[in-house]
Design a protein around this ligand. Structure first.
Ligand code: MUC
Ligand code: MG
Length: 373
């Protein structure tokens, strides 16, 4: 009888303050809510994972509350009594019984990987086949909504050598104003920085055609999800016309989505997100599809806290080419930590721990303080 049987799964909703409001096309975040998952095994090992989204139901199909409920009522009972060391069998069991729910599955898969890493004394990156780097370039999102504030924030980040890639969240306002905002920031930063935009699906194709042209002509390096994920034909046309490369983000809600986008030629870059694929192992399947299709890679985020961020990072350090870097800055947007030692950001990079599992320990006192009552 295996000692690594799963005995207990706990889900905890945690509400944390952010350093400033974070303005996206569909929602302005005033705080962030994490779902922390603890998987307790018979051998005394506990794996931790995180399932986090943005703005309740504003961004994806799952909210923190639905993630917790679906794990507690449907997914956890399927795993209790199963062997935590067989992650394949555990995840197949979930996929067989539950459609979608990739955010919830991602947190569970992360926790199983963390537990197995701790059991074997290996970092998650090594369970995923081995890392080819120890750190990842990390972009910062400028999303205060104010041009002058965003320029000052970017200059500060360059000065302290924390970020040299900046992503601007646009699409909520009038297009001409958004374009002026982006061009002003690129002009102010010049060649010291890579400036990119994320429209979060807000434009219609008729608007995006001109806007992508202006962005490309003004030195913007990358345009993320300019139009709706539903408009596949429009995405294909834009990918052919835009002078700046188009990245698919919301268009990828599963590994199967990634395959059909690649087959259609609807983007030249994929944003990889563990939450949208069903975990750190699942996201690597999307990466393999992209690699085979000649599509470049970017390590995306759902603005997770430290646990979800490092779970993503362990997957991303195994990739051969991560041409567009990552945006794993979630912990830096939060004013409070729930782990004993925060991830280290240095010299434009996030360092990925070599300690067993994900490499983090929950701070019980802080977790209790910020857990939703
Ligand atoms: C998104 O759409 O990419 C990632 C960074 C950020 O500021 O928002 C997220 C979500
Ligand atoms: Mg995006």
């Amino acid at each position: 009888m295996s000692h690594s049987l799963i005995e207990r799964i706990e889900t905890i909703i945690v509400d944390l303050p952010t350093i400033r409001p974070h303005k996206l096309a569909m929602h302005t975040m005033q705080s962030q809510t994490l779902v922390i998952i603890r998987v307790r095994c018979a051998d005394g090992i506990e794996g931790i994972g995180e399932s986090t989204t943005i703005g309740g139901l504003a961004y994806g199909n799952e909210s923190p509350e639905s993630i917790k409920q679906n794990i507690d009522s449907h997914l956890a009972p399927l795993l209790i009594g199963q062997d935590a060391a067989n992650i394949n069998a555990c995840m197949l069991r979930l996929d067989k019984a539950a459609k979608g729910n990739t955010f919830a599955k991602s947190g569970l898969e992360s926790a199983l990987l963390d537990a197995q890493g701790k059991r074997l004394g290996l970092p998650v990156s090594e369970l995923l086949g081995g890392r080819v780097r120890d750190s990842l370039e990390v972009a910062w999102t400028l999303a205060s909504g104010d041009t002058a504030k965003d320029i000052a924030e970017a200059e500060h980040m360059l000065e302290i050598r924390r970020h040299r890639i900046f992503k601007l969240k646009i699409g909520a306002g009038e297009v001409a104003r958004d374009l002026r905002h982006v061009v002003a920031i690129k002009k102010a930063l010049g060649d010291q920085a890579s400036v990119r935009v994320d429209v979060n699906q807000a434009w219609e194709e008729s608007v995006a055609i001109r806007a992508c042209q202006v962005l490309g002509e003004n030195g913007i390096d990358l345009i993320e999800q300019p139009i709706s994920r539903i408009n596949r034909a429009g995405q294909i046309r834009l990918n052919q016309r835009s002078p700046a490369p188009i990245m698919a983000d919301e268009s990828i809600e599963s590994v199967e989505d990634a395959f059909s986008l690649a087959a259609d030629g609807a983007a030249s870059i994929f944003a990889l997100k563990i939450a949208k694929n069903g975990g750190p192992r699942a996201v690597l399947r999307t990466a393999q599809i992209a690699e085979a299709a000649g599509i470049a890679l970017y390590g995306g985020t759902m603005l997770e806290g430290s646990v979800g961020t490092l779970a993503s990072a362990h997957a991303f350090v195994t990739l051969n080419r991560l041409t567009w870097g990552t945006e794993l800055f979630g912990p830096l947007l939060l004013t409070e930590e729930i782990v004993t030692e925060a991830p280290v950001y240095r010299d434009f990079q996030l360092e990925v721990p070599r300690t067993p599992g994900i490499g983090l320990t929950l701070d019980e006192e802080r977790l209790a303080r910020f857990a939703r009552k």
